[in-house]
Design a protein around this ligand. Sequence first.
Ligand code: SAH
Length: 390
Amino acid sequence: MTTVYLKKKISRRIENGHPWVFANEVGKVEGPLDGGDIVDLLTHDGKFVGRGYANPRSQILVRILTRNRQEEINEGFFLNRISEAWRYRQQLGYTENCRLIFGEADFLPALIIDKFNDYFVLQTLALGIDIWKPAIVKALETIFQPKGIYERNDVPVRELEGLPQHKGFLSAPFDTNIIINENGLRFHVDVENGQKTGYFLDQQDNRRAIQHIVKGADVLGAFTYTGTFEIHAAHYGAKSVLGLDISESAVTQATRNAELNGYGDICTFQAVNAFDVLKQWAKDGRQYDVVMLDPPAFTKSRENIQKAITGYKEINLRGMKLVKKGGFLVTTSCTNLVQPELFLEIIEMAAKDAKRTLRQVVFQTQASDHPIIWGQENTHYLKFLIVQVL
Ligand code: SAH
């Protein structure tokens, strides 16, 4: 097996258990190194650090799969890791739908698997994990006997690894429009054409957090996608719900989901740019009891972090202005580049500009089927905040 030696000075990140090893952290390589090879990682003086997969084309030269020298990387390894992850979800009560594998947080870097009842959607985002796809599929078959497995590898990040974008079946073909249950409601999930894996499971617990504040309320929800927050609002007793999304197909999906749950009369959806209409409606003096904002990440790179800050501040400022005195703002951010403290600072800046006082109701994170590993900042990505706007 090829051996990769770290430089003498090892980064705190690797010492703390983070699985990524950047090319500039490596001192020397002994043996041939091809994309996807399993390698042993050693300190400069030969102490075992871990075993992982390599890709000389990637800035991340090695991703560590195990720190146990006795552990071989083979089919059995993937079966064990996926079984462990499933045990953890079951322990926490995420049995029907869950993120079964959350990459680094499940010690399987660059692997994402979402479970939608009997169906599985998979992403392999690095070459070294992509080549283990047959073993991963076999493990899913062994543990779950799934009705279907689908690959959503139509994501640009794969190109950094020299991988093509691709989507398709990893099992016998099946109807890719499936229905899942969440908090007593039902939702269509389009695993073939929906965003990411088709549905955002990470907010499944946060959606329950709006239960009391929406009773009898006029609710505005921006960035609705499948309409899931908005339909929860109707379910929890909102008087009226208006959901907005820039995408026509999201609005179609949200409308279908509202009808599926019998809330077609309470929920209305519109295809508009939230930035534009929120600004206009504030000028027009519109007011809501509850405004909910669930925007996209705005940036994927640290260099553009300012873009995200500006986007979050702007949309929250506009949203806040539409909240009646004593009403509530529900607001979220889904990028790990904006850590919780920074997110709260952004909301505070928006409140200052809007000349409103905020009273914090809840501040929480992603559902626990997306575990946060301490010391691995990038596993902590979702912020979910409810404030009363005074
Ligand atoms: N609230 C959803 C997830 C939203 S994902 C849930 O609970 O699952 C973010 C959504 O914002 C996407 O559907 C995207 O189409 C939409 N979006 C992006 N930019 C927008 C804009 N300027 N105005 C309105 N919607 C936008």
